[in-house]
Design a protein around this ligand. Structure first.
Ligand SMILES: [Zn+2]
Ligand SMILES: [Zn+2]
Length: 159
């Protein structure tokens, strides 16, 4: 895995640089992720926030605070997105006091020389909330399956 990955929003105004390897990458099928993505699931990679660099010259990055009553963790969650084009960028769960960023891997751009989908650079190792996964979406080969949040000893939930 390359030591640095780059992502951007749909309009290209916001660039995100991810330094170092992620803590883990996973898919989350929970209903909040479905709404957030406008799709069947979110593809996430957790990074230490200190490894996430934001380049936002036009000041388009905007944050929606998900109330704690609505999160699986019981803590508030910051959901960051581009206010110009609406692309989700990353979440910051207050469970970790903002020190971890759950990056949406759909924003990834291919590193120079990388062949294939940019998302192949951060393949999911687990899938969470499979109880909410629609019947037309199949499990990822080799990914650990959790009906809800992963137990504490296993990959943490993307909430
Ligand atoms: Zn944008
Ligand atoms: Zn989720």
């Amino acid at each position: 895995m390359s030591t640095s990955l780059n992502g951007s929003c749909l309009c290209g105004s916001i660039k995100v640089k991810l330094n170092g390897a992620p803590i883990k990458a996973m898919l989350c099928h929970c209903v909040d992720c479905q709404k957030s993505a406008g799709g069947p699931y979110q593809s996430n990679a957790i990074f230490n926030t200190s490894n996430v660099e934001l380049e936002d010259p036009k000041g388009y990055a905007k944050m929606y605070l998900v109330p704690k009553e609505q999160t699986g963790s019981g803590f508030e969650k910051q959901k960051w997105f581009c206010s110009n084009c609406g692309s989700p960028l990353f979440n910051r769960p207050m469970k970790y006091e903002g020190q971890k960023s759950v990056v949406k891997t759909g924003i990834l751009d291919s590193a120079a020389g990388f062949e294939g989908s940019p998302l192949d650079q951060l393949k999911p190792v687990s899938e969470l909330y499979t109880k909410d996964r629609p019947s037309f979406v199949k499990a990822v080969d080799g990914a650990k399956q959790f009906t809800e949040a992963a137990p504490a000893s296993a990959p943490a939930p993307a909430q």
